[in-house]
Design a protein around this ligand. Structure first.
Ligand SMILES: [Zn+2]
Length: 334
């Protein structure tokens, strides 16, 4: 009996009091337009552990400095400032979400480190030296300050749901509508709902074409599925899209004797998205994709389109992450 009572006390502590220690929610429709001071950039109350894929080392890095490197790696600096601010909040939230999941243990794929600098696994993070190498000195002078401003003017702000940091998935371009999380991944997440994303016309990857010979198309599937067969002579009637999500992603497609998810075909042929059409040409297959990425959470180009329509970063985030709050890490308020 005693252990049950202690269990209840522990549960209440974990679910009610613990989050209060971590974050204090507040209404942030505030626009902090103060120019950040240079010295603030390296200051942070929170230290994040990051595995550096290039050097095979775990480094400790201040949260805001980490966020600057992620925004610089994940978003074009030409973006509107409000879109960069939205990206900064998402990038910062990602680290806190990982922290809430793994605490000091780190991610199982890189034990001891909450995040890594590899965009295919966590979020891309670039050091100032790497940015200089990639974009040149002029970029550092002309563009980096804008990214730093986006980060420092949202310092300590993260997105929460039920007082917990959210998993802030984002992608380049949705193709007009984002996806429900369960249609792409396995879990339904209340704040990752499909929403319209109408202002993506600025995206260079809104529509993309990819053509492959019929021979390579067939061998591409066969290499991964031994039991795959298809009638090459009437190939156009052998490809049939069976189901799409509301956001346009192919849920099920029948090719020859097998059924695939759009995601499988996307991965097999390295397509920009799983929202595609297939046309059979004389001796080739033409894929036309809409959008770029998994389509869940914030569309970066959609966010930039909203910013161009004078939406603020909090309006952008609340559009793409349904029912979330913006909260300030408590230590930043003290
Ligand atoms: Zn990682």
């Amino acid at each position: 009996m005693k252990s049950v009572i202690w269990g209840i006390v522990f549960f209440i502590f974990i679910t009610v009091f613990m989050p209060m220690f971590i974050i204090s929610s507040c209404d942030i429709s505030v626009k902090n337009t103060d120019k950040p001071k240079e010295k603030n950039i390296v200051e942070s109350d929170l230290i994040i552990t990051m595995y550096n894929d290039n050097t095979d080392e775990i480094v400790e890095i201040g949260l805001e400095k980490y966020t600057i490197g992620v925004v610089a790696g994940e978003a074009p600096a030409e973006f509107e400032i409000e879109a960069l601010k939205a990206q900064a909040v998402a990038a910062r939230t990602y680290a806190l979400w990982r922290r809430s999941l793994y605490k000091g243990k780190g991610h199982p794929d890189h034990p001891g480190a909450l995040v890594c600098n590899n965009h295919a696994h966590c979020q891309e993070w670039l050091s100032k030296e790497q940015l200089k190498e990639r974009h040149g000195d002029n970029w550092i002078e002309n563009h980096l300050p804008k990214i730093e401003e986006a980060v420092m003017s949202t310092k300590g702000i993260i997105m929460t749901y039920n007082m917990q940091p959210i998993e802030p998935l984002y992608h380049s371009t949705s193709g007009g509508r984002t996806e429900n999380s369960e249609d792409v991944f396995s879990t339904a997440v209340p704040y990752l709902r499909g929403v319209s994303s109408p202002y993506e016309e600025g995206s260079p990857v809104l529509v993309d074409l990819y053509e492959i010979s019929i021979k390579d198309f067939i061998s591409g599937i066969k290499d991964n599925h031994d039991d795959f067969s298809i009638n090459e002579k009437r190939i156009s009637s052998e490809i049939d899209v069976l189901e799409r999500t509301d956001g346009g992603t192919i849920k099920r497609i029948k090719i020859g004797n097998k059924e695939f998810s759009g995601r499988e075909i996307r991965e097999l042929f390295d397509l920009r998205s799983a929202d595609f059409t297939v046309d059979v040409k004389f001796n080739s297959i033409k894929f036309t994709t809409r959008g770029y990425g998994h389509g869940v959470g914030m569309s970066q180009w959609g966010a930039n389109g909203m910013a161009k329509k004078n939406k603020t970063f909090d309006e952008i985030l609340k559009h793409y992450y349904n029912g979330t709050d913006l909260s300030v890490l408590k230590s930043y308020n003290e």
